[in-house]
Design a protein around this ligand. Structure first.
Ligand code: HEM
Ligand code: NFK
Length: 292
């Protein structure tokens, strides 16, 4: 038996009668997403264009799009924490983790770029480098890796510089978390509640009893424990991104210096020693019977 809907034999799907086709002056897919702008922003500088420069550009642009979403979600989540909206914070943190998964997984696409292919167009990059990514530095600052020296590379961009300076001066995710704990009766030393937020947080053993109490009795302090574990997840995911960047760089340019002027892989490796929430990792050593 055949019917007008039976297109299986023809291996074709017909349009349904109600599908909108008169779209003049209406909101469309390409219009809503501004694809004219988005898809005209891939402009290789190599002359003639090197085939692999498209991969290089799109890998960076997609990373910047995910970074934009991360900043959007993390800023909102920090606001939730500041206002004791723990459930909403958890929801935002969960989304951030999934976005970080995407960012980390996508290194496997760039890893298909061979060292010689990259060297064929690397010179067009001049002194530009991911080190100058405003969104990346914003994310690092939101997470607490504060460093005023990083502002220098944005001196040429007054608006970007001012926006980053504001994030440098504001409490980070961990600062807000410690303030949350203090509001809920945990013995967070005052020095962590009011401080110069432009400085990075460094391991303070005086904070360990707070976390030992939470980790020793997770059923009593389940909310706090879950927040701690969200932060541990975020740091772990972020470190995976850093690690895969470092390994991708190593396999593509070896130990050459970076276009941004750094030593290259050695410089990237040093970031792997940093911790946003050092007490949350230290507590694993000190908590529990027989620890210490
Ligand atoms: C062939 C690919 C890549 C190479 C060889 C490379 C190399 C490097 C090097 C050597 C640095 C140190 C700064 C410098 O001297 O330039 C750096 C920093 C950086 N790169 Fe890449 N990179 C690559 C791809 C990417 C991609 C796809 C992203 C995604 C946005 C990215 C983001 C960054 C960021 C954010 C930094 C600063 C890291 C920090 O401050 O610790 N890179 N990169
Ligand atoms: N730093 C890289 C160049 C690079 O990867 C790059 C250049 C321009 C814009 C973004 C980049 N990505 C990460 O650093 C290099 O040394 O080859």
């Amino acid at each position: 038996m055949t019917s007008e809907h039976d297109t299986a034999g023809a291996n074709r799907r017909d349009l349904e009668a109600d599908i909108h086709t008169d779209l003049a002056g209406r909101i469309t897919y390409g219009g809503y997403l501004q694809l004219d702008k988005l898809l005209s922003a891939q402009q290789p500088l190599s002359q003639p264009p090197h085939h692999d420069e498209m991969l290089f550009i799109i890998q960076h642009q997609t990373s910047e799009l995910w970074l934009k979403l991360l900043i959007h979600e993390l800023s909102a989540a920090i606001g939730h924490l500041r206002n004791d909206r723990v459930w909403q914070f958890g929801k935002g943190a969960a989304r951030c983790k999934r976005v970080l998964d995407q960012l980390t997984a996508q290194w496997s696409v760039l890893e298909t770029l061979t060292p010689s292919e990259y060297m064929e167009f690397r010179d067009v990059l001049g002194p530009s480098s991911g080190f100058q990514s405003l969104q990346y530095r914003t994310l690092e600052f939101l997470l607490g890796n504060k460093n005023a020296a990083m502002l220098k590379v944005f001196a040429h961009d007054a608006a970007g510089h001012a926006a980053l300076e504001a994030v440098l001066q504001a409490p980070s995710l961990y600062d807000e978390f410690l303030r949350y704990l203090a509001r809920w009766g945990h013995a967070v030393p005052d020095a962590h509640l009011v401080r110069d937020f432009s400085q990075p947080h460094a391991l303070d053993r005086a904070l360990l009893p707070v976390f030992e109490r939470i980790y020793a009795d997770t059923s009593r302090y389940w909310r706090e424990y879950q927040l701690c574990e969200d932060l541990v997840d975020l740091e772990t995911q972020f470190q995976l991104w850093r690690f895969r960047h470092m390994r991708t760089v190593q396999r593509i340019i070896g130990f050459k210096r970076g276009t941004g002027g750094s030593s290259g892989v050695a410089f990237l490796k040093r970031a792997l020693e940093l911790s946003f929430f050092p007490e949350l990792f230290e507590v694993r050593t000190t908590v529990g019977p027989g620890a210490g």
